[in-house]
Structure formats: structure tokens, C-alpha cells
Design a protein around this ligand. Structure first.
Ligand code: 2P0
Length: 327
């Protein structure tokens, strides 16, 4: 009988300030462009992986629910890779808990696949470096490569499985936070994978996205070095709008925006007119995420509470990278 002792591993979610939008290699999940994100403390996934010769199949339980289909298939990508590295063929039991506020509808794939990469590697005592863990997490979900690290993180697109990894840019130990406006928790009509592949294949605006991405990346790196929240916010907002613009140029065109998203964006512009240094970003869904200092975001949360339920407004601070939980 072969058993390994394993620990619970925690990974926090991240939000991109410069978006990952488009794959150069679908199977390896190599992106078309570098992306820059902020790892947050508010939302995370805890995962335990156990390999045991008594198991007859790989199993995955998320929040007590046994998963089959797409979630299990993604998890098996990571399991197969660690089995190959360790040169074993034991089956695994994955137990995962998502700490995302109820009905928040936030993608858990970044924290989920990063925690799985960490936990699977921990279970087999692989002693992978952070770069190797980032590479492993990437194979599950592109954005998960960034959740291995805390603070500001850049995922280098690279040109091979080995070189496409994330690294920390800055620990974000200065005053920057996010306020999530949760507008809809339903499953999105166009998944991010489908959205990005349709955009790469058909959008007349996609070449412009690639032509201008290096400027956004360089400007964002500088803004982070300068700890300039206004610059970080301005660049993140324009990059998000540009990403969403590429979707409108796809065939058939699509958008992740709802009427409520537009209203929230307008509220942010109004707050700026009143003197707040606040900006927004959006991902593959209708929720709007505000970027600002913790004090201003606290005031803004208060101000917006006349339009939204308390559960729709969630504050988050910069968070750490992959963490081994105590026994
Ligand atoms: C990002 N998004 O940079 C971008 C911006 C959504 C919008 O990464 O296909 O779940 O598993 O690599 O990582 C969401 O995509 O996609 C995402 P796959 P993933 O955060």
C-alpha cells in the first residue's frame, strides 16, 4: 500500500490590471500577451490532494459536491502532469473548499487551479520552485499561473511550456485595494476560453490589442514602481475597456457587459468628477471591480450602499501567494 501525507494548500484569487486575452497555444495555455495582476486577500481556495494505491479513480469534491465533467477534466490535467514528474500512476482524491462570498459569481479558476497545483505537488513531495508551480497551474487555467504569487504579478507569455511563467513584480505593501460590485452570479453565456478564442480568430480589433499591449505593460510596470494609484487605475481601466472592445469586433460579436455594468461604470466616472481617485476594471462577466486607496474605497462602499445590497459590495486588499496551512 502506498500513501503520502499531504497538507492543505491555500491560493488566493487575482484580478488582472493588464488582461490575458487570447491564447497562442490552446493545449499548453500559452498566452498571446503578458498580463499583470493583483492577488487579493478576500477570495481563496483551500485544497487537499491525497494519492493512495487503494483509490480506483481520480475524484474531485468542491464544497462537498462531487464533480464530474469539465471541472474534473481540468483537475486531471494537473494530476497527470504531477504523476508524470513523480513517475507514479496512483489515483488521487481532491478535496477543495472555495471561500468566495456566497453568490458572488466570481471566477474561482485562478485560485482553484493554483491551489490544486500546490496541493498536488505537496502531496507527492515534488519540491517544485515557484516558477515550476506557476507553470503547472497555468496548464489548468492561464490566470492560475499568477495566483502562485502575492501582490503585483506579471505572467510572462514566454514561447514554450517552460518559459511561460509568472513572477512577482512588487509585494503591494502600499495602499491599494479593490471594491467588488457583484451584479450577477449566473453562469456566463460565453466562457472566457470561448470568448478569447473567438476574439483571436475573428475580431477585427484584435490586431490593435496586440499592437498596443507593450505600451500598456510598460506604463503599468512604471506606475507600480512609482506606487502611483492614479496611473495604475487609469492604465487598468483603459486596458479593460480595450479588451472588452475586442469582443465587440468579433464575429459573432459578444459582450460581458450588462445594463447594470454600464450603470456601475457611470457611477465610477461620477465619483471621479467629485474628486475620488477611483477606476474600474472588468473581466469575463458583468461584475465591476473598483481600484483605489482603502480609505476612499471604504467611503465609496458607504456611498454606493444606497444602490446595492451589502452582499453586492465587497472590499479586498492585496493578498499573499500560495500558503501551506498549518496541520
Ligand atoms: C485575466 N481572464 O487576465 C483574463 C481577463 C478573464 C478576463 O484569465 O482558458 O479562466 O483557463 O486559460 O484563466 C480568465 O481566463 O482561462 C481570465 P483559461 P482563464 O484574468
Amino acid at each position: 500500500m502506498t500513501t503520502y501525507t499531504s497538507s492543505w494548500i491555500r491560493a488566493y484569487t487575482n484580478i488582472a490590471l493588464i488582461k490575458y486575452w487570447g491564447k497562442a497555444d490552446e493545449a499548453l495555455k500559452l498566452p498571446k500577451n503578458n498580463s499583470i495582476s493583483l492577488t487579493l486577500d478576500g477570495f481563496y481556495t483551500d485544497t487537499l490532494v491525497q494519492f493512495d494505491s487503494r483509490f480506483t479513480a481520480d475524484t474531485l469534491t468542491i464544497d462537498g459536491q462531487e464533480q464530474r465533467g469539465a471541472a474534473l477534466k481540468k483537475a486531471k490535467i494537473i494530476l497527470d502532469l504531477v504523476r508524470e514528474i513523480a513517475d507514479i500512476d496512483l489515483k488521487a482524491k481532491i478535496t477543495s473548499l472555495n471561500y468566495v462570498p456566497t453568490a458572488a459569481g466570481l471566477a474561482s479558476s485562478a485560485s482553484g487551479l493554483a491551489a490544486l497545483a500546490g496541493a498536488a505537488s505537496n502531496a507527492l513531495e515534488l519540491k517544485l520552485s515557484d516558477a515550476e508551480l506557476s507553470r503547472l497551474a497555468r496548464r489548468g487555467s492561464g490566470s492560475a499561473s499568477r495566483s502562485i504569487f502575492g501582490g503585483f504579478v506579471e505572467w510572462e507569455k514566454g514561447d514554450s511550456d517552460v518559459t511561460s511563467v509568472a513572477k512577482q513584480l512588487d509585494s503591494a505593501s502600499w495602499d491599494i485595494g479593490m471594491l467588488f460590485i457583484i451584479l450577477d452570479s449566473r453562469q456566463k453565456a460565453v466562457s472566457s476560453s470561448e470568448g478569447m478564442s473567438r476574439t483571436v480568430a475573428t475580431s477585427v480589433f484584435y490586431p490593435a490589442w496586440l499592437e498596443t499591449i507593450e505600451w500598456d505593460l510598460a506604463d503599468m510596470r512604471q506606475a507600480i514602481t512609482d506606487q502611483n494609484i492614479q496611473q495604475v487605475g487609469e492604465i487598468a481601466e483603459r486596458n479593460a475597456l480595450k479588451m472588452h472592445g475586442t469582443n465587440l469586433g468579433a464575429n459573432p460579436p459578444f459582450t460581458y457587459w450588462s445594463a447594470d455594468s454600464l450603470r456601475a461604470m457611470e457611477q465610477v466616472r461620477q465619483l471621479r468628477q467629485e474628486g475620488y481617485t477611483v477606476y474600474f476594471t472588468m473581466d469575463a462577466g458583468p461584475n465591476v471591480k473598483l481600484i483605489g486607496t482603502s480609505q476612499e474605497l471604504k467611503e465609496i462602499k458607504e456611498r454606493l450602499s444606497k444602490y446595492y445590497d451589502p452582499a453586492q459590495l465587497i472590499l479586498a486588499q492585496p493578498g499573499p501567494g500560495l500558503t501551506v496551512l498549518p496541520e
